[in-house]
Design a protein around this ligand. Structure first.
Ligand SMILES: *Cc1c(COP(=O)(O)O)cnc(C)c1O
Length: 233
């Protein structure tokens, strides 16, 4: 518990430093504690330490943990690739789906949301670096996706999300974060009817760089909960 508390305190301090360094208010940055592979008991402790937003990458795993934790005091974000056959469950469980990367997926989410009479806040995931192994639309495909999703009455676009390449040098991914912000700005100009306020970018190794480039959500796993078992990505 003390170790977890110390990690959270340190992450908070670094978020604050990065925000201040770039002339931003720390309140503009939400820490999304990435709790994939982390047991519910540990998540409960992190919640007691003041973390309120948690990110999971698998619907199945989240489905087992969410009901045993304070809900809706804890806000849950889906940060992993979503298969359409899990879309209905995702609409039910998550407060924000950060990983919308196709018109097809958006359409299936829309159907579930309409069935429940509920709006679904989403981020559009962009594969800025064009890595073959990563989900997300390319920068070129983004306007078409945005246009189609905006036509769906229950989908609420809140902004963009990206997963930067893993590097040993956080500075190397700064251009990726900057590019996502520029893409967001151009979407905002082009499609004024959507929100576009959120930029989800940065993880344990590079969140301070992402904050300097305008991140409003940083997704932090290992710096809070420690290394994950190797089987759990
Ligand atoms: C696992 C994961 C993270 C957190 O990574 P850490 O290096 O543990 O901070 C962030 N975003 C996504 C999409 C992830 O899958």
């Amino acid at each position: 518990m003390n170790e977890l508390r110390a990690c959270i305190r340190q992450v908070r301090a670094r978020v604050e430093e990065a925000a201040v360094r770039s002339g931003r208010s720390p309140d503009e940055v939400t820490v999304v504690a990435v709790s994939k592979t982390v047991p519910a008991e540990q998540i409960a402790l992190a919640y007691e330490c003041g973390l309120l937003v948690f990110g999971e990458n698998r619907v199945q795993e989240a489905r087992a943990k969410i009901p045993v934790l304070p809900y809706p005091a804890i806000r849950w974000h889906l940060i992993g690739h979503l298969q359409t056959n899990k879309a209905a469950r995702a609409v039910e469980l998550f407060h924000l789906i950060q990983s919308v990367d196709s018109v097809h997926l958006a359409g299936v989410l829309e159907e579930s949301a309409a069935g429940r009479g509920q709006a679904v806040p989403v981020l559009l995931q962009v594969n800025v670096a064009g890595e073959a192994s990563k989900a997300g639309v390319s920068a070129d495909e983004l306007p078409a996706l945005a246009e189609r999703v905006l036509a769906l009455p229950h989908m609420q676009i809140k902004g963009l999300m990206t997963i930067a390449p893993l590097t040993a040098q956080p500075e190397e991914v700064r251009p990726i974060f900057r590019r996502l912000r520029e893409l967001r700005d151009s979407m905002r100009e082009r499609f004024e009817q959507a929100g576009w306020s959120e930029l989800s970018m940065g993880m344990s190794s590079d969140f301070f760089v992402a904050i300097e480039e305008g991140a409003t959500m940083v997704r932090i796993g290992r710096a809070i909960f420690g290394e994950r078992p190797t089987s759990g990505q």
